[in-house]
Design a protein around this ligand. Structure first.
Ligand SMILES: Nc1nc2c(c(=O)[nH]1)N[C@H]1C(S)=C(S)[C@@H](COP(=O)(O)O)O[C@H]1N2
Ligand SMILES: [Mo]
Length: 514
């Protein structure tokens, strides 16, 4: 190894030690204060909405691992640089580690709900990094060694003791790896998973009726009526899923209310529970996209809780907040109009999955998630649109987010080749809280044909549809449009997701062979 490369390797290993120790300290001393995650979360919050849209649409749920990988890659490059600088002068290396400590600490202490103690992992990690850097550099320094060459002459060389350097680097990698692994396991939310496993879900006072026969047409390739939890789309700004302990969880309801209140998880579970089938949709969903899913939720009517608190005149917005500081602004009149706006504790018969908001989240039929579906909910401020705004509003999204009437073709899949004859063209349509009245399909420029609609339990879910197409050989274009129960047909006008949801008709091309 050349001296520069040795120094780079030393820098990378010392950086890894710093990272491992910081993860370990974060896990044991202050769960949730990982500097790397804090830096990532800060980048997420600070990045322009356009970048986030791009990340959501291009990388999907992989956007978070991709961001973390990016951060780690930058760290590796910078750590190598620190190693090379430290070879000239250790003070440069110390300064480099110091800059990292400051960045990590700054990100960690400025996260919502963080205290100054969140700086500890960064500081201790950097200290460990400096120690590792100094020791490894010493091992990397050339030592004069005499050895006997093959021809019997004695030669002097100026090389580091390879064995000792490699051993030192290996020890460093071991320390770093152990730190990260033990830190992840200890801070990885196993207690929250255990607490979730222990939740005994209450019996609903108002159970949902059994699903009507024929709600699910069971056509291969068609989205099932109920989206299994493991397949449910996930969208949020949290790099690491927040781990909220149900025993210390509190929901505070305050602001423009007569009687501010605070309730515990057990108190919430003892209130009358309602079960309801509700389809969630993300405002970032493109026409034909998959950021939509349907589940059976169990929860408390938010309106009941708000009536107990007593909403004051002039309040028109609920600013709900999650444990990680994300917020949504929901119109009061929507929540109070009798629909199943829920503080949900369960999804498809299981306690909320941690990724979907455990222990408690909001679910409001008819509104996009960004203005209603707060996961890891901890706080509801009753306020006015004139005084407050939700997370996405200053980032370019509409203040209000009613869901647009939309439809999607699931089968045949885009660009598929099918056999001539009878082909089931099928998909889902949604217009939450208005209900889907009609779905029509158009092949090429032929007249629109009515699709057959599946049964639905109510107006808050999506609805499956199928059109029996008599396919003739050749290339064809198939389009779909839905009409809701207010008589409004989905617009053909294309709009991107920003600022208030995509519109346009889902259209696919298929080939029919003869
Ligand atoms: N705490 C928190 N809750 C959140 C979000 C978030 O970023 N943070 N995103 C919202 C958005 S934009 C959507 S579409 C829904 C998605 O819910 P899901 O991930 O359970 O499908 O969650 C909402 N609740
Ligand atoms: Mo969303």
């Amino acid at each position: 190894m050349r001296a520069r490369n040795r120094a780079a390797a030393v820098g990378i290993v010392a950086g890894a030690v710093a990272l491992g120790v910081s993860e370990l300290v974060a896990a044991f001393v202050l769960p949730g204060s990982s500097p790397v995650v804090a830096v990532g979360d800060t980048i997420v919050d600070a990045s322009p909405a356009a970048v986030k849209d791009w990340a959501i649409s291009t990388l999907g749920t992989a956007d978070k691992p991709a961001l973390l990988a990016g951060i780690l890659l930058i760290l590796v490059v910078v750590a190598a640089g620190i190693g090379m600088l430290a070879r000239r002068r250790l003070a440069y290396g110390v300064a480099g580690m110091g800059v990292f400590a400051v960045l990590g600490a700054a990100a960690a202490v400025t996260r919502p709900d963080a205290t100054m103690a969140a700086a500890f992992p960064s500081v201790l990690g950097a200290a460990a990094g400096v120690v590792a850097l100094a020791r490894l550099l010493r091992l990397a320094r050339p030592v004069a060694a005499a050895h006997v060459d093959e021809d019997g002459s004695v030669a002097e060389s100026q090389l580091p003791d390879r064995r000792r350097l490699l051993t030192g680097l290996a020890v460093g990698v071991g320390v770093a790896g152990a730190g990260v692994i033990v830190g992840r396991v200890a801070g990885g939310g196993s207690d929250v998973r255990m607490a979730r496993a222990k939740v005994a879900l209450p019996v609903p006072a108002t159970p949902a009726a059994p699903l009507p026969r024929g709600a699910d047409l069971r056509i291969p390739g068609l989205s099932p009526f109920v989206t299994p939890n493991k397949d449910f789309y996930r969208v949020d700004t949290a790099l690491l899923v927040p781990r909220v302990d149900p025993q210390s969880w509190r929901l505070r309801v305050h602001g423009l209310v007569d009687r501010p209140l605070e309730i515990t998880y057990d108190q919430l579970l003892r209130r009358p529970m309602t079960e309801a089938d509700i389809t969630l949709t993300c405002v970032s969903n493109e026409v034909g996209g998959d950021l939509v899913g349907n589940a059976r939720w169990l929860g408390v009517h938010l309106a009941d809780l708000l009536r107990e608190a007593g909403i004051q005149d002039g309040a028109d917005m609920l600013l709900s907040r999650s444990s990680d500081g994300w917020t949504a602004g929901t119109p009061v009149d929507v929540v109070m109009d009798g629909r199943d706006a829920l503080l949900a504790v369960a999804m498809n018969g299981r306690p909320l999955p941690v990724r979907h908001g455990f222990p408690v989240r909001q679910v409001v039929p008819g509104l996009y998630g960004y203005v209603s579906a707060t996961k890891w909910l901890t706080d509801i401020k009753v306020t006015r649109f004139a005084d407050d705004e939700g997370y996405w509003t200053p980032r370019g999204w509409s203040v209000r987010g009613p869901i647009k009437t939309e439809s999607r073709i699931d089968v045949p899949s885009v660009g598929a080749t099918v056999h001539a004859g009878r082909v089931a063209v099928a998909g889902v349509a949604w217009a939450q809280h208005r209900g889907v009245e009609r779905v029509e399909v158009q092949v090429d420029d032929e007249p629109w044909q009515a699709a057959r609609l599946a049964a639905v339990p109510g107006s808050d879910t999506w609805r499956q549809w199928v059109y029996d197409w008599n396919a003739r050989p050749g290339k064809h274009r198939i389009a779909v449009r839905a009409t809701d129960r207010t008589g409004r047909t989905q617009t053909r006008r294309h709009a991107p997701p920003v600022p208030n949801g995509a519109s346009g008709r889902h259209t696919i091309n298929v080939t029919v062979d003869g």
